[in-house]
Design a protein around this ligand. Structure first.
Ligand code: BES
Ligand code: ZN
Length: 620
């Protein structure tokens, strides 16, 4: 049991959070969940949801199957996490019958929500909760037709990672707890719901759409989306869901998905989830992608029209092994999900597009890491991060991704792929459908790969120390070296802006070129570049962000529409955050940021709102 003290609105709240899952050497405590899976553990969910677009709420029920240490003798509690949920009624019992339950739904905190504690009598193995979602949860976003690509129908989608599933369903909201589920979902005519699950052909009562997830998943991978969407097949196991005007473009952009699966399987074993589909969400989706099993959720901002941003698919697909199959046991072990996935992603990219492309991505990744680490509090530059009292989302950074990647790359380079690949495959095979800690991985490393206790590779420093250890590998790209040289030449006036081979460049080269700019490029140079390459009007969101940053830094007013466009037309946090951060550095910029945010805020997802509110010191 851990007691957290943290201030909320000036009041010091004390809450008790505890969630332990037994494995390896004993229970692992998850400080981000109220549940206690050691006494009663949810193993299966029967979900009934009605999507009420008028009220913008999800209403229905979940019946949890509960496994208990001693099913017959003991009396105990099932504690579930909830956040912004209205509980209408709770029943408890077993196959022989259900009765009204004794429960409490009180206490908790703003960040972690309210625990729902249900009393279980001997023999009870089932808990049925009727509820609907309320305001203020950061999981489901409801969009009106005007916020979608085709403007014809409303849309909704969920984003459960990290601790938002509790705002969609009462659950043991800890990555250490896994469950299977069946779901029946009703929606208005013209709206097609999809879940990260198997789509069943046959419709249920009231025309309900039916879904089944036979593999046990943690709560953060529970996902639903619904809108006027269509499906287009891309290959035997792959396809895309999107609004009609987007679906063909998306199918073209992601046509390499099947090849990616084949490359991934060759590296680390069979894909275990059946189909791999992708849904393109409306632009307010706060992430690039989310690895919901069988159905990756993706932002439309990766539809660059030239397949240059497909690393996102490689990434979310790689999570089908690192994350979805072997899951971080707590959010402090998040690097086990993301660092492994970035490493795996780049191995897939290397196999499908060649090493030069993968290396470019590694260089860009390292650049992101170094710039961000310079600003982060030291504690947040540690791989096994301390999250005591914090929402894991507040500690989100490139560190688990790119420092984690560099650590695995170090192992790859030190021991060679002949040893490292089978080692990693054995990790996935041996821990499939389990949740694991950093300490579990260290044990696996010491047993199966290292020649010593870890001293030679500075193991302790990598996992538990701040910053980047001295033995960090470094990626290199000849093409990028040329971009850098050209940037210097253009900026010094040696060659005209029109003299760069921009037509042949892929997104990555443009990004590296623009990132080589200092903070004070003369406005005349940016004007010249814009005239030659029309960067202010590029349809490529990655380039637009980098260009927008250069425009803000240099005070290039004619480039400001690029910034506004990006901030008003999409809600991906990765683009919003740096631009708002750059704007607030000057008085005039801050005023501009506030003006834009006032118009944009309502359309952003709550996850993005939380981040930007803080940057702007926003008070409603
Ligand atoms: N699982 C993450 C997204 C995430 C992380 C959501 C933490 C909520 C909390 C996903 O796999 C991811 O990393 N997406 C990246 C894209 C990727 C290519 C690095 C993103 O959204 O930018
Ligand atoms: Zn990821």
């Amino acid at each position: 049991m851990i007691t957290l003290h943290f201030p909320r609105g000036g009041i010091l709240a004390t809450i008790v959070l505890l969630s332990s899952c037994t494995h390896g050497d004993g229970p692992v405590t998850d400080i981000h969940s109220f549940s206690d899976p050691t006494s009663a553990r949810t193993t299966h969910a029967d979900i009934r949801w009605d999507l009420d677009f008028k009220e913008q709420m999800l209403r229905g029920s979940v019946t949890w199957t509960v496994a208990r240490d001693d099913n017959t003798a003991a009396r105990s509690n099932l504690v579930l996490d909830t956040k912004s949920l209205v509980i209408e009624g709770v029943r408890v019992g077993n196959a022989d019958g259900m009765r009204t339950a004794t429960y409490t739904h009180a206490g908790g905190s703003q960040v972690f929500g309210i625990p729902l504690t249900v009393s279980l009598e001997p023999g009870d193995d089932r808990v049925e909760i009727h509820y609907h979602t309320g305001d203020g949860g950061a999981c489901v976003q409801w969009l009106n037709a005007g916020q979608t690509a085709d403007n014809t129908h409303p849309f909704m989608f969920s984003q459960a990672q990290s601790i938002n599933a509790r705002a969609m369903i009462p659950c043991q909201d800890s990555p250490g707890v896994r469950f299977t589920f069946d779901a029946e979902v009703t929606a208005p005519d013209g709206i097609r719901p999809v879940m990260a699950a198997e789509n069943l052909e046959e419709r249920g009562a009231n025309g309900a759409w039916r879904f089944r997830m036979p593999q046990p998943i943690p709560s953060y991978l529970l996902a639903i989306a619904a809108g006027a969407i269509e499906f287009k097949s891309m290959g035997p196991r792959t396809g895309v869901w999107a609004e009609p005007s987007v679906v063909s473009k998306a199918a073209w952009e992601f046509a390499d998905s099947e090849r990616m699966i084949e490359a991934a399987e060759k590296l680390y074993g069979p894909y275990q989830w059946g189909r791999y589909d992708i849904i393109i969400l409306p632009p307010s989706f706060p992430f690039g992608g989310m690895e919901n099993p069988r159905l990756t959720f993706a932002t439309p901002t990766v539809l660059a029209g030239d397949r240059s941003l497909t690393a996102l698919v490689a990434h979310e697909l790689a999570h089908s092994w690192s994350g979805n199959l072997v899951t971080n046991a707590t959010w402090s072990d998040f690097w086990l999900n993301e660092g492994f996935t970035v490493y795996f992603e780049r191995r897939i990219m290397e196999a499908v597009y060649g090493p030069a492309r993968a290396e470019m991505e590694a260089v860009l990744g390292r650049h992101d890491l170094m710039t961000e680490m310079a600003e982060l509090p030291e504690g947040d530059t540690i791989l096994h991060v301390d999250l005591e009292g914090r929402d894991p989302d507040d500690a989100f950074s490139n560190v688990p991704y790119e420092k984690g990647y560099l650590f695995l790359r170090l192992l790859d380079e030190t021991y060679g792929r002949e040893r490292f690949d089978p080692f990693l495959k054995a990790w996935f095979d041996g821990n499939a459908f389990q949740s694991r800690t950093t300490a579990d991985f260290v044990a696996h490393l010491k047993q199966h790969l290292l020649d010593d206790d870890g001293t030679a590779i500075r193991l302790e420093e990598w996992l538990y120390g701040p910053g980047l250890p001295e033995n960090s590998p470094e990626a290199e790209s000849d093409a990028f070296d040329r971009c850098e040289t050209l940037a210097k030449q253009v900026l010094s006036g040696k060659i005209p802006a029109s003299g760069i081979p921009g037509k042949e460049w892929i997104t990555h080269e443009w990004l590296h070129f623009l990132r080589a700019f200092p903070d004070d490029v003369p406005v005349a140079r940016l004007t010249e570049l814009d005239r030659a390459w029309n960067l202010t009007n590029t349809g490529n969101s990655e380039i637009l962000m980098q260009w927008g940053l250069a425009a803000i830094r240099s005070g290039y007013q004619a480039g400001m529409p690029a910034v506004e466009t990006l901030l008003l037309n999409q809600g991906r946090r990765k683009f919003l955050k740096p631009l708002y951060q750059e704007l607030v550095k000057t008085g005039a910029g801050k005023a501009r940021a506030v003006e834009i945010y006032r118009k944009a805020r309502d359309a952003y997802h709550q996850i993005a709102v939380n981040t930007i509110d803080e940057i702007l010191g926003w008070k409603q």
